[in-house]
Design a protein around this ligand. Structure first.
Ligand code: NAD
Ligand code: TDX
Length: 328
């Protein structure tokens, strides 16, 4: 297949492209914002075409979509704290960007897979047995998640009104190599590696449902190959953990005292808990996660950051300066 991968120079997109080149011809469309990097695609740079451009550029998007058999749409602004500080780029990239992709796939009849997040469902009580399912009502809390929810709604409407051939996936929190150091797990690992103290928002009781990025991408492949058009699939790997225990696990795995971190200002509107019920994906598409040992996955991720300081080192000081201004 000729695959067009938007946001392929970001965390999940780059990991996806690393796998995709074995069997497909891949074009990456990426604006190379602060979150995207050519270095993330260095292992496959001779096997792909990298187009630096914006998903809101209708002429460019239409031209690239016309050449593709399928589009996998990862491109987005993704960091909740950045959205709280300045929502405008999230509206542009996530909403207008998805609209632009939809119009192009509509015009050329090209298959689309739209990558989204469990944050569109809002949050769950800490002590409830509930998990998100395909029929959980959308109830986004943050500027970020509201723009992802808007994008999902556009995809659903374009499927129904225009017969666009699309699927949607809503995945839980990813971890693994090539994740930007602004995000929770890489931030703590690289804080320790640079002699800073790790930073926990509030009490750390908030729960996230962690999945290894390879498992997320494995599910995207299954949906792209055999997913039912028009359907939404939830992706999760039974990885619920509160932030405090993830923090303490990172510290212990890195040979530190588990209490050697700072509590900092909590995130405004901080979602309490996310949890995914992935059973339709498992039952209908035969998907199962491979990275079922979270500590082992975290251990490998710590090793990756230790071995790849040249990838994240140049970003670290600027990211921490922004956090410091926000008291985080
Ligand atoms: P990321 O921030 O690491 O990468 C995003 C990429 O998109 C970057 O390479 C950036 O340059 C590119 N981009 C941003 N705006 C663009 C624009 N206007 N035009 C072209 N390219 C643009 O994000 P990620 O964590 O890899 O997330 C990828 C997708 O997966 C997003 O849609 C996100 O909502 C979704 N998602 C992420 C997670 C997670 O835990 N990280 C979980 C569920 C869903
Ligand atoms: O330094 C920190 N300390 C801290 O306690 C940071 C950066 C975060 N946190 C907390 C906030 C969250 O409860 O850790 C948790 C995870 O934070 P993030 O890594 O910012 O992820 P989250 O807000 O949960 O969103 C992520 O998962 C869903 C991605 O960034 C989204 O793009 C994805 O849609």
């Amino acid at each position: 297949m000729n695959l067009l991968v938007t946001g392929g120079a970001g965390f999940i997109g780059a990991n996806f492209v690393h796998q995709a080149v074995a069997e497909h011809s891949v074009t990456v469309l990426d604006a190379l914002t602060y979150a995207g990097s050519r270095e993330s695609l260095a292992p496959v740079e001779d096997d792909i075409r990298l187009v630096q451009g914006d998903v809101t550029d209708a002429d460019l998007v239409t031209k690239l979509v016309a050449e593709a058999d399928a589009v996998v749409h990862f491109a987005a602004e993704t960091h909740v704290d950045n959205a709280l500080a300045d929502p405008e780029p999230f509206l542009r990239s996530n909403v207008i960007g998805t609209f632009t992709i939809l119009e192009a796939v509509r015009r050329h009849g090209v298959r689309l897979h739209h990558v989204s997040t469990d944050e569109v469902y809002g949050d769950l009580e800490l002590d409830s047995p509930q998990r998100f399912t395909e029929s959980t009502p959308y109830n986004p809390s943050s500027p970020y998640s509201s723009t992802k929810a808007a994008a999902d709604m556009l995809v659903r409407a374009w499927v129904r009104s225009y017969g666009v051939r699309a699927t949607i996936s809503n995945c839980s929190n990813n971890y693994g190599p090539y994740q930007h150091v602004e995000k929770f797990i890489p931030r703590q690992i690289t804080n320790i590696l640079t002699g800073r103290r790790p930073k926990l928002y509030g009490s750390g009781a908030n729960v996230r449902d962690w999945i290894h990025v390879e498992d997320h991408n494995g599910a995207v492949w299954r949906i792209l190959a055999d997913g039912q058009l028009g359907r939404t699939y939830l992706i999760g790997a039974a990885g619920e953990r509160d932030n405090l225990s993830v923090m303490r696990t990172i510290l212990v795995l890195m040979g530190r005292d588990p209490d050697d971190f700072d509590h900092v200002v909590d995130r405004a509107g901080h979602d309490l808990r996310y949890a995914i019920d992935p059973s339709p994906l498992c039952a209908e598409l035969g998907w199962a996660p491979k990275h079922t040992d979270f500590e082992a996955g975290l251990h490998d991720t710590i090793d990756w950051y230790r071995d790849n300081q040249s990838w994240w080192g140049p970003l670290k000081d600027a990211v921490e300066a922004v956090y410091q201004e926000r008291g985080q």
